[in-house]
Ligand binder design. Structure first.
Ligand SMILES: Cc1ncc(COP(=O)(O)O)c(C=O)c1O
Length: 405
């Protein structure tokens, strides 16, 4: 039995939270981009147009940004971790981020000036890999903790960056609380977390900024396809920092005339959807059991929630079958379309677009969205096969946790 897709229109009163959008001023955006472009690993990831699939689904164009190509790390997440670490190092050196580059990261004088640092973070895999990667480049240490049930392949990828990594018995949000205490008791400790709480806002806001390189590239690439503006954006959320970044970036470009953005979550961890229902931020606790490991976060980041609450148009909650569908669709494309290897947290938005366009059960949602032959849809495949065994289990063997209970 397939659990239906749940959705809600954002009817929350808009507050003027323009302060958050200052994160994406032209000046800030230029600095973020210049920082990432200074990395030798930097190359814009492909924005893939899938004409055959678009036609089959009955939309004007489906454009998928393929983040499996990012820095050879198989996910966009490194963009946030590197930018936050870069901003932190800049502040320790008394410099502006525009004076910091990859060269500065490698320079022995940087390590001499900042001394020993241990970067702490909790991750389901991708964020921690990015932070460990950045720490490694700086010649610094990293301590990475993971929620219970984390995949061994993801643990090994982080260990390969020299991190002290352990899988805990806690869920994502509880693991953060535990590690934050540990980082605080370490005089050289710096927590690089992708969510915020009172008194801990600066680093998460840098992470949000760092992710905006994805949106900036997509914006340019759409223009190269002759598209000035997509009509719809579907963006997946765990803590919501990525969705907030994408929404913040596009709101900074198009203002009130922004594409219709839908925030997409795993039903097991649908804190944004439930917050939209409640009209205020609410948390989801417990196991957060979903194959979408990157989206298994039960507490929304406050900075991004402010952006989403005021700008996103819909919130949707999807069971695992939706992302399994997206993974298979992108991995086994129609003739002429490009193949995209999209992992469990990467494919849910493509799966959702397909289910909304093809299943009459979703007619209401389709009509509310106004999706049809004129629509230009942007989604981001945020990861490749970061857990290759699970990827094959889903795409080859049809494994799909939430329908197999
Ligand atoms: C592949 C992937 N996509 C999306 C997300 C969601 O990002 P956020 O937690 O910022 O909402 C994550 C988070 O780890 C992820 O790993």
């Amino acid at each position: 039995m397939r659990e239906p897709i749940q959705w809600i229109r954002n009817d929350m009163p808009r507050e003027v939270a323009a302060g958050m959008l200052a994160l994406f001023s032209d000046e800030e955006k230029a600095k973020i981009r210049a920082f990432h472009e200074s990395f030798p690993q930097y190359e814009a990831t492909p924005l893939v147009h899938l004409p055959a699939l678009s036609e089959k689904l009955g939309i004007g164009g489906l454009y998928v940004k393929d983040e499996s190509y990012r820095f050879g790390l198989n996910s966009f997440k490194v963009l946030g971790g590197t930018y936050a670490v870069g901003k932190y190092v800049a502040s320790r050196l008394g410099k502006d981020i525009s004076q910091i580059s990859y060269e500065t990261f490698l320079a022995p004088e940087t390590k001499e000036a900042v001394g020993e640092i241990t970067f702490y973070t909790v991750t389901d895999g991708n964020h921690g890999r990015g932070v460990a990667w950045a720490a490694n480049k700086l010649g610094q240490k990293s301590v990475v903790r993971m929620p219970r049930g984390s995949a061994q392949a993801r643990v090994e990828n982080i260990r390969a960056e020299g991190a002290d990594v352990e899988v805990t018995e806690l869920n994502y949000d509880d693991a953060i609380r535990a590690l934050a205490r540990q980082a605080e008791s370490d005089p050289n400790g710096v927590l690089v977390q992708d969510t915020d709480w009172k008194g801990y806002e600066q680093i998460p806001s840098w992470i949000l900024q760092g992710y905006s390189t994805v949106a900036a590239e997509a914006h340019e690439q759409l223009e190269a396809y002759g598209i000035w503006k997509p009509t719809h954006i579907f963006v997946q959320a765990g803590v919501g920092a990525f969705a907030g970044s994408v929404q913040g970036y596009f709101a900074s470009i198009y203002g009130e005339d922004c594409p219709v953005t839908t925030v997409v979550e795993a039903t097991a961890a649908n804190c944004h959807y439930r917050s939209a229902l409640a009209g205020h931020r609410v948390a989801v606790g417990g196991d957060l059991a979903t194959i979408m490991a990157g989206l298994a976060c039960g507490e929304a980041c406050g900075i991004s929630w402010d952006i989403l609450k005021n700008n996103a148009r819909f919130f949707a909650s999807c069971s695992d079958w939706v992302t399994a569908l997206g993974m298979r669709m992108l991995g086994a494309p129609l003739k002429g379309d490009t193949r995209i290897i999209s992992g469990e947290s990467g494919a849910v938005t493509a799966g959702l677009v397909s289910a909304v366009m093809t299943d009459e059960a979703n007619r209401d949602f389709r009509e509310a969205l106004g999706l049809g032959p004129e629509s230009i849809v942007l989604v981001v495949s945020t990861e490749g096969d970061t857990d290759p065994d699970r990827y094959r289990d889903i795409t080859w063997n049809g494994f799909c946790a939430s329908t197999e209970k």
